[in-house]
Design a binder for this molecule. Sequence first.
Ligand code: ATP
Ligand code: MG
Length: 265
Amino acid sequence: MSLEVKGLYAGYDRSLVIQGIDAIFSEGRVNIILGPNGSGKSTLLKTMAKVLLPRAGTIRLFNKDLQNLSLKEIAKLIAYLPQRSNNVPRMTVFESILLGRKPYFTFGPGNGDLEIVNSIIEELKLRGFENKFVDELSGGELQKVLLARCLAQTPKVLLLDEPINHLDPKNQIEILEIIKTTTYRVNLITLLVLHDLNLALRYGDELFFMKDGKLLWKGFTSEVISEVIEMVFEVEGELAEFSNQRLFIISSYSTPSEKRVPKAL
Ligand SMILES: Nc1ncnc2c1ncn2[C@@H]1O[C@H](COP(=O)(O)OP(=O)(O)OP(=O)(O)O)[C@@H](O)[C@H]1O
Ligand SMILES: [Mg+2]
């Protein structure tokens, strides 16, 4: 079971951003999308969340075309955390997380919904924040609440656009651990957009490198070679190993004069 993107083209009124993407995102894996600013990562996620309609191509979830699913069905299946959450409406942290359960209730939340919200509050260490207003939170606290709402949706697909933005180092690791554990435990299809290469190397099962609206390289994290990273980000550096973790160390950011084409491409 997977989320399958075929021949996808998408963009905005005057620009075509996503230019022919084919990819399969598998269940029970942390899939990480990487790429330079403006390469189309957020546009790809928006299209998969059905916030943006594709110009061409298909997106199939569990063999069903996303176009044929109602918004209510999508709200139960797909949780989407946008890169920017402007104008968060004034409500408490508890109410904001409970919104994630809305696709499941008709008149009001049941005990099951409240239990789910409470366990996520516990898991994300948001206890004590329940009655605060979301527009009075710090950037990192708000980010955690918005992620908590996504988890409260109990989706099959998690689309998280830079979920660790605004978080301090400890919170970054804590949140990525929670995302990873949840992905494995409930067999989620998880897609994260991350800018931190080293966290991507540490937490990603599969990596998807984008540039100029195209997918340049995809594969298991263990298979990525430094040439891929150098070409995608136009930097020079090398992959090193430290304490059983692979790290990419940038040595210079000049474009290599001789463009090397990775064998894996
Ligand atoms: N709402 C919009 N209307 C018109 N063009 C847009 C819109 N949003 C993004 N774009 C353009 O689409 C291109 C891809 O943007 P996108 O946000 O997908 O990039 P990204 O890879 O997520 O970048 P970043 O790492 O900076 O978040 C950019 O050139 C951007 O200017
Ligand atoms: Mg983006």
